[in-house]
Design a protein around this ligand. Structure first.
Ligand code: BDR
Ligand code: CA
Length: 316
């Protein structure tokens, strides 16, 4: 299996996705952080605290603090002021390994290309870090295996604007660079995430069967924040698998039960469609085809999630 780099904006479901990877045998070899759900500084801190909860020693590199062109937006109204919905933190967590994620990506991917290796990349935040490295050094593409992106929409139903999903809307120019690059890409779009859910009752039962630990308390707080937010928007007591769904695809590609191959272009013009991913199965957009995930095996998804919500220290 290829090495894996996780690029994340450190929100509630980013923490869940990271725990999922660690618990299910696909711990990232390195993590790069980006502004997004919260500020870059909070994203980095949240990832370090999640690693502390998991007892995992993985190098973290801080990356872009703002989008390429437009002003910054965040989603603290979804993820809480601290970005983790106030989840209880462990006192001790280390420092980031470095503060130049783009340089780290450049060196790592070029080295991999020289060694005839490939590194998979999983992005669950805005695509700014990846866009910067692709712009700086297009040769890095030779070192990238599979790119898995949580972001965009399949049918133009956004979560941040009517047409745009957060990770793309937060930096459309960056997303446009990435979708224009010839990389083997799997996209996990918003609508797919929104329809893969776990009922509140089922979550309660799951946690009731897990012994008390820092990991459990942390995971439960993340799940509760997720449920609260969905409830405030829809009235339903459910948790949606968002970033964890993309993590599951990185862990087990066979989890995908239905997908669509299409070219994708990001709408950049100002106005109501800015940040929308236009998807064309007839591939007339002039961008390389990508695979868009439409459905996954939900039982398998829940199984991977269950494995990640208890005491992780031994498996990390
Ligand atoms: C994306 O935005 C964030 O809120 C989530 O972490 C996810 O990456 C969903 O649109
Ligand atoms: Ca995220």
């Amino acid at each position: 299996q290829n090495r894996l780099i996780l690029d994340t904006d450190g929100g509630v479901d980013d923490a869940q996705a990271l725990l999922l990877l660690i618990a299910n045998g696909r711990a990232p070899d390195a993590i790069t952080t980006v502004f997004g759900n919260v500020s870059l500084a909070s994203a980095t801190r949240n990832i370090l605290t999640t690693l502390a909860v998991a007892g995992a020693d993985i190098p973290v590199y801080g990356g872009a603090a703002q989008p390429l062109v437009q002003p910054i937006i965040d989603a603290t109204h979804i993820h809480g002021e601290d970005g983790l919905g106030g989840a209880p933190r462990l006192e001790v967590f280390g420092d980031p390994h470095g503060d130049d994620a783009v340089q780290f990506l450049r060196e790592t991917l070029l080295q991999a290309a020289m060694d005839g290796e490939k590194v998979d990349i999983l992005t669950i935040g805005p695509l700014t870090n990846l866009a910067l490295v692709l712009h700086l050094e297009p040769k890095v593409i030779a070192g990238i295996g599979r790119l898995i992106i949580m972001g965009g929409t399949l049918n133009g139903r956004g979560n941040t604007t009517p047409a745009a999903e957060f990770n793309i809307y937060a930096d459309p120019e960056a997303a446009s660079i990435v979708f224009g690059s010839d990389i083997e890409t799997v996209v996990v779009p918003w609508e797919t995430c929104a329809t893969h859910q776990m009922q509140g009752q089922e979550i309660e039962e799951m946690f009731a069967g897990v012994g008390d630990s820092a990991g459990k308390r942390f995971s439960q707080a993340l799940a509760n924040q997720s449920r609260e937010i969905v409830k405030s928007y829809t009235g339903m007591d459910i948790m949606r698998f968002v970033d964890p769904l993309a993590a599951a695809v990185a862990i087990d590609p066979a989890i995908v039960t239905r997908s669509l191959t299409a070219s994708v272009k990001v709408a950049l013009a100002p106005g109501i469609t800015r940040g929308m991913t236009v998807v064309d199965p007839s591939r007339r957009l002039g961008t390389p085809p990508v695979v868009l995930v439409e459905a996954v095996d939900l039982d398998r998804m829940k199984e991977l999630y269950r494995a990640s919500v208890g005491e992780l220290r031994l498996s990390a």
